[in-house]
Design a protein around this ligand. Structure first.
Ligand SMILES: Nc1ncnc2c1ncn2[C@@H]1O[C@H](COP(=O)(O)OP(=O)(O)OP(=O)(O)O)[C@@H](O)[C@H]1O
Ligand SMILES: [Mg+2]
Length: 266
């Protein structure tokens, strides 16, 4: 497959590399990676998605199956395959994906003794990543070595926050980690945006959480809020983004609107 044949929107502008991160589980990281990437592709942006979670929810969310002999991000990190060999086309226009598999769980341990152990992803992207407008990395729900690799390789983070009880739980720890990464690994990284997910306008709780998050993060919070909808939750079982599964669903509209906002932020 010729990835290089697909053109970038603005060939000379720097690639925005976004780690989608929150060590709290089930807040909508993978859902947002799949649907935001597809929506950016619809806006003529060339996107590389990296599934960086051994749960491989983004890989399956795009309907991609990985045979045992096919390289994934694990083989890339282990230096067993160049990233080009692991890249797949997806059902979304202009969107490519490097899949994950459960093997990635082993990388967390195997990398520990490697030299420059936080830099494996950054090195793998060198000379390859700059052909994309956006690289979006789906992080696992932890702040371990895999996540540090994502942070070292990125220039920004996008933090999904679920509109539920304890929404801000763990956020201080996440920001502490970001500060350590800024000091030691990657001075250029910053918060690109905070995304409210699974919002239910009928509940007081959702509104309270949204207000609290906006007070805490201010302008970093995207104006677009992702509503909780059944279609968004169903789409991955059909292996496609919600924008393809249920075009006129409110969830589709929200992710398309989010893509516009992301593009405006640069
Ligand atoms: N807007 C939404 N409406 C309805 N369901 C949603 C929405 N966003 C996410 N979900 C559902 O919530 C669950 C968690 O979402 P998701 O897998 O994206 O979270 P995650 O942060 O990636 O989880 P993990 O930390 O395990 O990687 C999934 O079942 C998903 O389908
Ligand atoms: Mg996930």
């Amino acid at each position: 497959m010729d990835v290089k044949a697909v053109k970038r929107h603005k060939p000379d502008s720097p690639t925005r590399i976004i780690a989608v991160i929150n060590q709290k589980g089930g807040v909508g990281k993978s859902t947002s990676v799949v649907n935001l990437s597809a929506a950016l592709g619809e806006n003529d942006r060339k996107v590389l998605v990296i599934d960086f979670d051994p749960q491989a929810n983004t890989t399956s969310g795009y309907g991609i199956e990985v045979d045992e002999d096919e390289p994934t991000i694990y083989e890339v990190l282990a230096g067993e395959a160049p990233i080009e060999d692991a890249v797949r086309e997806t059902c979304a226009e202009k969107v490519f994906l490097v899949p994950a598999s459960i093997d990635l769980a082993g990388a967390e341990i195997e990398l520990v003794n490697a030299e420059d152990r936080e830099m494996a992803l950054k090195s793998a992207l060198e000379g390859f990543g700059d052909q994309f407008d956006y690289i979006i990395i789906d992080c696992p729900p932890s702040l371990g070595l895999i996540t540090l690799n994502a942070l070292a390789a990125s220039n920004s983070i996008l933090v999904p926050i679920q509109c539920e009880y304890y929404a801000l739980e763990g956020v201080t720890k996440l920001l502490d980690t970001l500060a350590v990464v800024q000091a030691r690994l990657n001075p250029d990284i910053s918060i690109f945006g905070v995304l409210l997910t699974m919002y239910d306008k009928r509940t007081t709780l959702s509104n309270q959480v949204a207000d609290e998050v906006r007070r805490y993060f201010g302008k970093s919070v995207f104006t677009t809020v992702i509503p909780r909808t059944v279609k968004v939750a169903e789409a991955p079982s059909y292996g496609m983004p919600v924008t393809q599964y249920a075009r006129f669903n409110n969830g589709s509209r929200a992710y398309l609107q989010l893509a516009k906002e992301v593009i405006r932020r640069g």
